[in-house]
Design a binder for this molecule. Sequence first.
Ligand code: GDP
Ligand code: MG
Length: 598
Amino acid sequence: MNPEYIRNFSIIAHIDHGKSTISDRILELTGTVAKRDMTNQLLDSMDIERERGITIKSQAVRVMYDADDGNTYQLNLIDTPGHVDFTYEVSRSLAACEGAVLVVDATQGVEAQTVANAMMAMNADLEIVPLINKIDLPSAEPERVKTEIEDGLAILADDAILASGKTGEGIHGLLEAVVGLIPPPEGDSEAPLRALIFDSYFDAYRGVVALIRVVDGRIKKGDQVRLMANDAQILVEEVGARRPAEVAMPELVAGEVGYLVTGLKDVSQVRVGDTLTSQVNGAKEPLPGYREAKPMVYTGLFPIDSDQYEPLKEALEKLALNDPALVWEPETSHALGFGFRVGFLGLLHMEVIKERLEREFNLDLIATAPSVEYHVYMTNKEMLSLHSPQDLPDPSEIEHIEEPYLRATIMVPPDYVGAVMTLATEHRGTFKTMNYLSTTTVEMIWEIPSSELIMDFFDQLKSRTKGYASLDYEFSGYKEGALQKLDILLSGKPIDALSFIVHKDKAYDRGRVLCEKLKEIIPRQLFEVPIQAAVGGRVLARQTVRAKRKDVLAKCYGGDISRKRKLLEKQKQGKKRMKAIGNVEVPQEAFMAILKVD
Ligand code: GDP
Ligand code: MG
């Protein structure tokens, strides 16, 4: 296709502002998907995406649009995730585009991920088409939102598209703006092949499929190509476009977005960000790549039943085929046995993966409290990257410990500035700057330790601002902190999987509250269970779970056997998601209790 009639763009927005719904309307209006086949958020194909109503993976789809100028355009649109955990997916998608449609909810206005995504698009030099969505709602305030887009993002919003993903109003205008404002791709279809890999996934029948943006040259079935960073050789089995089902095409040429069936069996060979070129007379210079995703939180995942260790490993390997951000290493715990320390992009990513492991692979897992990556500087001058509190060396060997900090952007109505100040300060935050985007929205910048942000910060922020605040963050660097390991002892024995790293000033409070929480969570056993919180052998707090008064079987002695079995069965049910540690039954919630002690 003549590149003059191609437009490649992403749809970006804060979560829930309507990206996926707008994509649906575009698929419908262009006749890509017949109305009777339409489901809501059609591109969200994973079960979890559909249930939670969120987009996790970016999706590329090609539509053909008959524009008012009488020409037919090939539009390659990429729906992206809005949640901060999946920001790296957005940056990958943007690299394949010339433009971005920035969707802003007419009732919510500019929020934290609106700013973050718009910045990314600007840095990638994309043409931005602002769209104000949900104008069908009575509480829509398009004029206020225009001011926020202009003042907060420095993007002209006079001509912003006013649209409704619900009624379809404005979608035709949007497509005209895409065709008229977003530049066609440049690139030389006669030059040596250069194609950017912006996503890849594993197809059980065809092996690794890569989503590519052809920048120069052309690519077709049977071509011998290679990956420049990895030097892997590929015989192209098929190329085509997703509409949204895969449709094979004779070739993909400079400017086009499409898929490529590689026949490779290992997705790790097809690194996202790599450049594809021909084996003979290939390009000399690869395309600029982009930053790799880096985990922000680590948690231990342990099978309740030790027989599930191998299946858990295989399941992680399978999920990693489509999720390059997922990393893990084996971990052994005295309390929980053999498992894995797994790194995630954030808490939502963690929840999603844990849920998929349990649902799609039928595993029963205990997850330990999430932790961040600490840098431990040793007296022998070595530096240890610590993913698990239980690996912390003896304090006598430690010079100092550094912890990761985030630069957090919080957007909030002016009335709640005080509440945010209190919350962020409680979480060891340092105030940086504040700026008014409009009379209704203030942007505050804070520097906060990552470990504090994963401590219930977001839920607290939402509840203390009646749901109005939004939050975005990025890694800002490592800083020294007065950090120590807090141990939890059950019946006098330290339980490694319950220990965590805490700031000196918080150790006493968190230890005390955690003991109280654990007392409620750990069920009564046949004997008394003392719970203690200690730092370096010094006990800071103590609680006791009283012994159970009656043995469930006591009243059955001599009684009929089936009743006895039923009771035992019932007891087993109650034991679900419990792990016997020594002789104490500990439920899953105990491991997460630390996140809720504020
Ligand atoms: P995304 O997170 O940006 O992909 O947002 P979704 O497309 O999943 O939409 C979030 C919610 O807003 C869903 O419940 C949609 O049905 C709803 N929604 C999206 N667009 C509109 C609109 O124009 N009007 C109204 N009333 N609701 C909308
Ligand atoms: Mg979505």
